[in-house]
Design a protein around this ligand. Structure first.
Ligand code: SF4
Length: 171
């Protein structure tokens, strides 16, 4: 399976110590100006930064990806909340939510309460240091504790892209 990992923004309001955006993974990234440059992928992982900081734009990107690659499975990676989460949930195969730090639980619970989950494969990662996470039964297909991998190496079947518009310059 060929997978595109698509960074739609590098902006994020959290500052996780082991964030992949601080690693060397960007040396392997291809910057693209448009979704039209994504061809031949079976799966697209929409990620950041934090895609939900500009949820309307992210929803539009998801819709553009689905139009361009109608057979591809699309997932959203997030650690945030948006009132648009319900619409985004309908547009993707699943959401991978990560709870970072105790400050992340508020947004997590807001997001979880909006998810319907029917026919979706949502996955939840929880930072080992986080407490006070209530897991709603039936929402998550998979729940695991987060293990940070230094420098976030890309799996061999994944290609990393940065969508140019809306991204800050990579350091
Ligand atoms: S939430 Fe994600 S993108 Fe933001 S700082 Fe943490 S690991 Fe990095």
């Amino acid at each position: 399976m060929k997978i595109a990992r698509l960074i739609v923004t590098l902006e994020c309001s959290q500052s996780c110590e082991m964030c992949c955006n601080k690693g060397t993974v960007f040396q392997q990234a291809k910057t693209i100006a448009s979704i039209d440059e994504l061809t031949g992928f079976d799966m697209v992982l929409i990620t950041g930064g934090e895609p939900l900081l500009d949820a309307p734009r992210t929803l539009q990107i998801i819709q553009d990806v689905r139009e361009k690659l109608p057979d591809a499975i699309v997932y959203l990676y997030t650690a945030w909340f948006s009132p648009l989460i319900g619409k985004i949930e309908e547009a993707v195969a699943g959401i991978q939510y990560t709870v970072h730090g105790d400050g992340g639980t508020y947004n997590f619970h807001r997001t979880q309460s909006r998810l319907v989950a029917e026919h979706r494969s949502h996955r939840l990662c929880i930072d080992r240091d986080v407490s006070g996470v209530f897991i709603q039964p039936g929402t998550w297909l998979q729940v695991k504790l987060l293990s940070w991998i230094p420098d976030c190496p890309l799996p061999p079947n994944e290609t990393l892209f940065i969508l140019k518009d809306g991204s800050k310059e990579v350091q």
